[in-house]
Design a protein around this ligand. Structure first.
Ligand code: SF4
Length: 258
């Protein structure tokens, strides 16, 4: 089983398929994973594999680590396209997420004006006011919806709380036209259940969510690295292009990473 953990608060920069040269910020434990989903494709592994370390970085530690990387970044690490909150789990679970976002925006303005601040989130906490306000301030609130059918979400993303797609859509309404939707396309089976989020039923339900929430951009991608569950199948770029075609025609901005 693969497990890639980010052992630093600020890591990289890494060359990302979707975000260019990306400096990562990990607000989760450095030697363990913490998420309220438990996706079968998570590159950090399953939640149960990250139990031991529960220590979150403090606001001061994040400030110091980010300021240190950004100061003179031209000489030390070169140009940065994105300061990206991702890391070992769900960044919005950090109790000081909103304050830390403000700090990151200030440091960005001071040291690397051209870089964007992006947050990769599973969207579970966008109904919480300070989290939503913080996500509204960043350049790219990248919010995951892998399926608009709850039974599939339970297999693919395995939310560890009472998940409801209806709640997610309602919470997305204030973000209409302002967020980036991110969807992982894949097929396979887990726990004896087969799933495929490229079927007509899946894609039509996904189109409906897009119609209601009008993302500013849609990032479609598929498996690129080893996953904790063996035997998951990638979806081809051609297939994602076919799924994207009506949305492209309707004027949506789409990026596809195969
Ligand atoms: S939401 Fe992200 S961090 Fe959480 S389990 Fe899924 S892929 Fe991993």
């Amino acid at each position: 089983m693969s497990t890639i953990l980010f052992n630093e608060i600020v890591f990289g920069p890494v060359k990302s398929r979707r975000l260019g040269v990306s400096l990562g910020v990990n607000l989760l434990p450095r030697f363990g994973k913490w998420c309220n989903f438990d996706c079968i494709y998570c590159e950090c592994g399953f939640n149960k594999d990250g139990k031991e370390d529960k220590k979150l970085p403090t606001i001061d530690e994040v400030w110091e680590a980010l300021a240190d990387k950004l100061k003179n970044h031209d000489q030390k690490i070169g140009r940065i396209d994105n300061i990206t909150f991702s890391g070992n789990g769900e960044p919005t679970l950090h109790p000081n997420f909103a304050e830390i976002i403000s700090i990151a925006l200030d440091l960005r303005d001071k040291f690397t004006k051209e870089a964007k601040v992006s947050v990769l989130t599973n969207g579970s906490r966008i109904g919480i006011k300070d989290v939503a306000d913080a996500l509204m301030k960043v350049d790219n609130a990248i919010i995951k919806i892998d399926s608009a059918i709850e039974s599939s979400v339970r297999i693919i993303d395995r939310p560890q709380f009472d998940y409801s797609i209806e709640n997610i859509i309602n919470n997305l309404i204030p973000f209409k036209g302002r967020f980036v939707l991110q969807t992982m396309f894949l097929k396979g089976s887990f726990g004896g259940e087969y799933f495929d989020n490229t079927t007509d039923e899946e894609v039509n339900a996904w189109y409906e969510v897009i119609k209601k929430t009008e993302p500013r951009e849609i990032m479609m991608y598929t498996i690129d690295r080893e996953t904790p569950v063996q035997g998951l199948e990638k979806v081809t770029t051609e297939q994602m292009n076919r799924i994207a075609a009506p949305l492209v025609e309707a004027g949506f901005k789409i990026t596809i990473s195969g």
